[in-house]
Write a protein that binds this ligand. Structure first.
Ligand code: M6R
Length: 610
């Protein structure tokens, strides 16, 4: 994970770097640091904690005349999140400074080699080998670009690395392998950063670096070289889109609440221009280029992580029912270990909000040699996964800032409905009705949001519990998983999720008066089965909150402790609405507990390490 920013230009370099770091805090927020050239030497300021803590350290320093600076916000992998382990790291005479995202797998071996040559280490990070290694090669060659290249060639693992040196203080050198890095191109200044938001302060255009490329960035020019064939790479910069840049939370207390409230707009944006009710059509332009291949697929494997994995589970139900294509959802982190046979007509569908999740990228890399059709459902335009997959559908949900994913799930499931319907157009009897219902779903989502005060009141009453159970059946089972993930992630309450039918196969033993259950029971076809679960829980003294519809509430009125009544929709669309309920429920519990909702402990928005 971690976020990287660098600036080289003709004005206060530290400001745009700090602005980039603030935008990048979603990638990690354990500690932060900057290095900047003050005209005579490089100064280095680091601090444990948030970027705000680093800014406090900089208040009394003269940073106006700095023209080159690099910065980093960290999510600890090797070494605890302390000031000592914060980046930038440096060589012994503090002339070479490096920031790094990723993991250097051979750091121990390199460290031993360098220690044997007299190099002394001060941190517990894998990163610190890099400035020493560059120093080692510089002492031999007296050529910084050559030294940087030789050091990079020695590394294995995954990295985005940016360095500045006192030897050439008006240059930033950068390299990448399996971790995103881009050059932000401005007027009389250039930047480097982990994503578009990192460079937005001073750049109007952006060039994404590819694996095995190094970049030499100066204020008026930059050069990219391929490390393998040593050739100069020419790549036109793209416009830096405003939607790529991080937004503000407006009048909402947290980004998470704002993003939940964006659900109606999110559904609308996901279907915009893609469905035509009058002609009964779905148009997924991003799949046009592979339309013929899609007609012949006989199996889909969905690979994803976390909330995107749960969206994939909804996709499995949808595509199997509506398109009659067998689907399997695999955790991307496990997919790479499996040795399974694939038919040539298998398609791999990667789902990812960020498009930068290392496990999902590794899953796609594993499958590369098979030459199978790879598809993506991705939110971040231009991200690694969107570029790695042969075709795909963008979520168009806009930047998601809160670490807990909410609107991305809404968009992903909406798109999976579109995909399932489009693949099953000539097969599914439900095609037309679902299409019409989908078109009105943004309005129905608004009705769910209007239930916020009632959901908040219930959430506050249950906020003192240490444990929680979520249950659901069919399409509602993945929503139970999502509710439990959301609650534990932002409130640190232990939460379990089970398919209703599994309850009596073990987890029922947990239930007592201190272990409440949130049951998803709005399905017009499965509500009665879930009602039996509620009876079983009640018989063991367990409290229940039941999410159901006006029509079905009579079945739960006498047995549930609390009811949340939502509008009725078809089974296939219910996860989109019920997810909003569990998101709000988790949010209000976490808010009542005073948790750091947008930046929960130990987590980061984009999980760019395996
Ligand atoms: O960016 P991705 O969708 O690939 O991220 C996958 C997970 O890391 C992510 O969904 C994570 O589980 C969220 N924090 C859950 O709210």
């Amino acid at each position: 994970m971690c976020g990287i920013v660098g600036f080289v230009g003709d004005k206060n370099a530290v400001e745009p770097v700090l602005c980039g770091l603030r935008n990048l805090e979603y990638r990690g927020y354990d500690s932060a640091g900057v290095a900047f050239y003050d005209g005579s030497k490089i100064r280095n300021v680091k601090q444990a904690g948030r970027v705000a803590a680093l800014e406090n350290e900089l208040v009394d320093l003269d940073i106006i005349n700095t023209k080159t600076a690099i910065g980093h916000t960290r999510w600890a992998t090797h070494g605890t999140p302390t000031k000592l382990n914060a980046h930038p790291h440096y060589n012994k005479d503090k002339t070479i400074f490096v920031v790094h995202n990723g993991i250097i797998e051979n750091h121990q071996e390199l460290r031993s080699m360098l220690e044997a040559k007299g190099y002394h280490f001060v941190s517990h990070t894998d990163t610190e080998v890099v400035p020493h290694l560059i120093d080692f090669y510089y002492q031999k060659t007296k050529d910084m670009e050559q030294a940087f290249t030789s050091a990079i060639n020695d590394l294995s693992g995954a990295y985005a690395i940016v360095m500045m040196s006192e030897i050439e203080p008006n240059k930033i050198l950068a390299a990448k392998l399996s971790s995103p890095l881009a050059i932000g191109v401005g007027k009389k200044n250039n930047m480097v950063g982990s994503d578009a938001s990192a460079v937005a302060d001073a750049a109007k255009k952006i060039v994404y670096l590819e694996d095995y490329e190094i970049a030499i960035v100066e204020k008026n020019k930059y050069k990219i070289r391929n490390l393998k064939n040593k050739k100069i790479v020419t790549r036109n910069p793209e416009d830096l889109l405003l939607e790529d840049v991080r937004s503000s939370k407006g009048s909402f207390e947290h980004f998470m609440l704002k993003e939940i409230h964006e659900a109606p707009k999110t559904i609308q944006n996901a279907i915009l221009g893609r469905i035509k009710i009058e002609t009964n059509e779905i148009k997924l332009g991003g799949l046009d280029s592979v339309a013929n291949q899609l007609r012949n697929i006989d199996r889909i494997i969905i690979v994803s992580c976390g909330t995107s994995y749960i969206a994939g589970l909804v996709g499995e139900y949808l595509i199997e029912e509506l398109a009659e294509v067998p689907v399997e959802v695999q955790l991307a982190s496990e997919f790479k270990y499996r040795k399974e046979p694939y038919s040539p007509n298998t398609a791999i569908l990667a789902i990812s909000q960020s498009g930068e999740t290392a496990d999902t990228i590794a899953a796609l890399k594993k499958i590369e040699p098979q030459g199978l059709l790879t598809l993506g459902i991705v939110n971040s335009p231009g991200s690694t996964i969107s570029r790695m997959t042969k075709a795909g559908i963008y979520c168009h949900a806009g930047p998601e800032i809160s670490v807990a994913s909410t609107k991305a799930f809404t968009a992903q499931v909406t798109i999976l409905v579109l995909l399932a319907l489009s693949l099953g157009k000539n097969r599914s009897k439900l095609y037309k009705d679902l299409l019409v219902e989908l078109a009105s779903l943004p309005k129905t989502a608004e009705k769910i949001l209007s239930l916020s005060p009632a959901i908040k009141e219930i959430a506050i009453r249950y906020s003192h519990h240490r444990d929680f159970m979520f249950i659901g059946r069919g399409y509602e089972y993945p929503v139970a998983l999502e509710g439990s993930l959301k609650l534990k992630e932002i409130s640190y309450i232990h939460a379990e999720a089970y398919a209703g039918g599994e309850l009596k196969h073990g987890p029922l033993a947990l239930i007592d008066e201190n272990f409440p259950t949130l049951a998803l029971a709005s399905s017009p076809t499965l509500f009665d089965k879930t009602a039996s679960n509620i009876q079983e829980i009640k018989a063991r003294g367990g409290k229940t909150i039941v999410v159901t519809t006006k029509k079905q509430q009579k079945h739960f009125k006498t047995i549930a402790d609390d009811l949340i009544i939502i509008p009725e929709v078809s089974d296939q669309l219910s996860p989109i609405l019920e997810a909003i309920v569990v998101q709000l429920f988790s949010y209000f519990i976490a808010a009542e507990k005073g948790c750091d909702i947008d930046k929960p402990r130990n987590l980061a928005k984009s999980v760019t390490v395996e």
